[in-house]
Design a protein around this ligand. Structure first.
Ligand code: VTB
Ligand code: MG
Ligand code: MG
Length: 321
């Protein structure tokens, strides 16, 4: 992928954030999600790629836009596209931190076509690369990660979705002495954070969405971090979907390179509400200001993009719900 595409994809996540951020705190997660989809869809159509959505808003019959299999882009190099136009719809509905608009792009066939099911994840930044093993107990992983980061376990902050299913890992982290940040939703944003020094987050662990897992993996791949994952099919139908994807042994650990293959990958996220590294969207009379992170695996460049959008073209940005 040409490097100029990088900035094209920031425009895509910015548009989703600018539209959906209007509904912050309105208690309308479906409306906010729809606006994000609209924003993303409208800009994507002008990006010069021959894209296929492999992770998106569902199947054709349930999603009119950005559905899995949808062709997007204005034509060009063939790519796989993963989107979560509004990752953390509940967070936006309640005006809470951690909601982002996010997209990942990689060469055709490179992104794991993760079905909409759960995935167990373990994510760390570059200095702890090679230290993680999902088959090891939590404590052992924390010991190795701490070693990688040249600090004690008590200097680690682990981000975990606050769910009943995580009672054991929360207990184990506490026993090991690690600090914990329990979040109510949105595990893509912390996957980005653990890859960036100074974010205050060092490890992301626990079970979240599989599509979100692939998005997080794309970010961590660009950041030079590491991730291991495992699909968690709960139903027979989900088990069948895994088999259809060629995953016969569901206990198999997926590495970061299984989640995002190859060496051509771009990731962009724009903050809708605040994240540790980015400021949530702000609106003012004649425009809005967004904060994004965009990165490209090939060069390893990580850009924080602070953008002022002017609403001179009112029709383009108007919000109708
Ligand atoms: C997960 C997580 C997401 O929703 O998919 C979660 O990866 C749903 O999990 O980041 P629960 O069924 O436990 O609520 C998010 O938090 C938001 O999309
Ligand atoms: Mg979504
Ligand atoms: Mg999501």
């Amino acid at each position: 992928m040409d490097r100029v595409l990088t900035l094209e994809f920031v425009r895509v996540t910015e548009a989703a954030a600018v539209k959906s951020g209007r509904l912050m705190g309105m208690g309308n997660k479906i409306g906010a999600d729809q606006l994000a989809v609209d924003g993303m869809h409208s800009i994507l159509s002008s990006v010069p790629v021959d894209g296929t959505v492999v992770i998106g808003e569902g199947e054709l019959d349930e999603a009119p836009m950005l559905y899995i299999g949808e062709k997007v882009g204005a034509g060009g190099i063939p790519v796989d596209i993963a989107v979560d136009p509004l990752e953390g719809t509940n967070l936006v509905a309640k005006g809470q931190d951690g909601a982002i608009a996010v997209i990942a792009i990689a060469g055709k066939g490179s992104l794991l076509h993760a079905p909409d099911m759960y995935m167990e994840k373990l994510c760390v930044g570059p200095r702890a690369k090679g230290c993680i093993d999902l088959n090891m107990p939590v404590k052992e992983n924390l010991r190795r990660i701490a070693e990688g980061l040249q600090r004690g376990i008590d200097d680690l902050t682990v981000v975990i979705l606050g769910r009943e299913r995580h009672a054991d890992i929360i207990h184990e982290c506490r026993e090991a002495g690690a600090r914990i940040k329990l979040i109510s939703d949105g595990d893509v944003s912390p996957a980005v954070d653990v890859g960036i020094e100074g974010s205050g987050a060092h490890v992301l662990m626990g079970i979240g969405g599989a599509p979100e897992g692939v998005l997080g993996a794309a970010a961590l791949k660009c950041l030079g971090g590491d991730m291991q994952a495992r699909l968690i099919p709960y139903t027979e139908e989900e088990r069948k979907r895994c088999e259809a994807m060629g995953i016969t042994d569901v206990n198999k650990i997926l590495t970061i390179d299984d989640l995002v293959k190859g060496d051509d990958c771009i990731f962009s996220a724009t903050a809708v509400t605040n994240t540790p590294m980015m400021k949530g969207i702000q609106y003012f009379g004649s425009g809005a200001r967004t904060s994004s992170v965009v990165m490209r695996y090939k060069s390893g460049t990580i850009r924080f993009v602070d953008t002022i959008h002017r609403f001179d073209n009112k029709a383009k940005w108007s919000v109708h719900i």
